[in-house]
Ligand binder design. Sequence first.
Ligand SMILES: Cc1cc2nc3c(=O)[nH]c(=O)nc-3n(C[C@H](O)[C@H](O)[C@H](O)COP(=O)(O)OP(=O)(O)OC[C@H]3O[C@@H](n4cnc5c(N)ncnc54)[C@H](O)[C@@H]3O)c2cc1C
Length: 468
Amino acid sequence: MSDRVRIVGAGLAGSEAAWQCALRGVEVELFEMRPQSSTPAHQTADFAELVCSNSLKSDSENTAPWLLKEEMRRAESRLLEIARECAVPAGHALAVDRVAFAAKVTQVISTNPRIAVRREEVSRVEEDGSQITIIATGPLTSEALTAEIARLSGHNRAQFVEQGTRVKFEATECLAQANAHLYFYDSISPIVEADSIDMSRVYMAARYDKGTADYINCPMSREEYDRFYDALIAAQSVEDHDWENLNYFESCLPIEEIARRGRDTLRFGPMKPVGLKAPDSGKTPYAVVQLRQENLRADSYNLVGFQNHLRFGEQARVLRMIPGLENARFLRYGQIHRNTYINGPALLNETLQMKLHPHVLFAGQICGVEGYVESIATGLMAGIHAATLARGEDPIAPPRSSAFGSLCHYVAHANPKNFQPANITFDLLPQLETKVRDRKERHRLQCGRALQEFDSWMDQVRSLAVRK
Ligand SMILES: Cc1cc2nc3c(=O)[nH]c(=O)nc-3n(C[C@H](O)[C@H](O)[C@H](O)COP(=O)(O)OP(=O)(O)OC[C@H]3O[C@@H](n4cnc5c(N)ncnc54)[C@H](O)[C@@H]3O)c2cc1C
């Protein structure tokens, strides 16, 4: 068996995986199909391009996203380190200048002497044990590789095409096990130019004054909200007939889809006003649209939670009804996109190795996690495990109590019948042995336990590497 690791996809997961292998003295071949062939969402040839929001979620101590990032820091995540170097103000969240971030990752990875970058699409994976491969091709994996993954999963392509109902997404359909949903769609949020926002109509604030007041808040009265709601509901979507039976990911619903569930659902979701009192009146508006800074120059802002799949012209018309955005110039409109992922519980074990082919590992969104940080984290973990395999040893899964362990446990042990990618949350972490009623205290204790056990695991992983 080759002791070189092949990594397919230089996105968030693949770049971190490559770094982790190189850190452990393992030679890497990193394949990236861009720029020769791109995806519907990527716009550059850079590695680790963030295709939508620029947020790497909460940095508040003892939250689940913080815990995962803290474990990643302890495991020497290079991408997290670069994210901190490229951070922009975002209250209690970690948000980055996405251009600077991707440029730095590309430079760091492509100049590493142990990493050989190959700019080509991969459509074939060796499963005979002669090669160690990490598949980290993300939610927009190329069609040829999607079909290859179906083959690796033990499925006959023809059989799946026959079962498939959507010819257009035939290759993705190949991944489906009978009745299991293994393809769905996410949507992305619009971005506006900062100097096109009417700052006299909006105010800066952080919800409940937590963190610095980095968000622009566009307040709405009841009348303004009603007018906006009616226009949104009536606005035309892209290719309406194609999207009728869409299988949306619940935590990333398009705003028009949320609105269709009831007149007030937006006010309890992305337009929630609580904790956002207007500084001049001291009153809480009827509804609020929040805008988050996009880059270090602060010359663009994204509409938080406003992913949608309305026609571009309709988006411009409806979103300009938001107070402060009457003359907004849009740098990007909301869009809909494909999201491909495998049925982790059916195919993977806790070390992200395929049950059928242990020398093939999956990382990132395609393995069944959701989000930038979770993708980097599983890339990090797959990199550690692949390096262990390259040394001829068996990978050891991270402790169940840790955030890493909980994510990998979810991927390997969730119900395969209705499997959906997951973000890191306390729901995935095991309960404490004794019941603690106070939520904050419970989370603090869960984080403390997680970090302690994660540190012991890291010591074990490091000592194995040194012993060799
Ligand atoms: C449009 C969109 C918006 C999203 N918005 C958010 C968001 O706002 N916040 C969030 O937390 N998460 C978001 N996600 C989910 C997810 O966090 C990101 O997709 C993240 O980039 C996943 O990381 P990854 O490493 O798994 O895949 P990617 O970062 O997509 O990297 C995969 C790489 O593999 C390459 N590739 C694909 N096929 C092949 C092949 N056959 N051969 C060689 N290379 C190949 C691709 O070009 C790409 O560079 C979004 C996803 C999409 C698609």
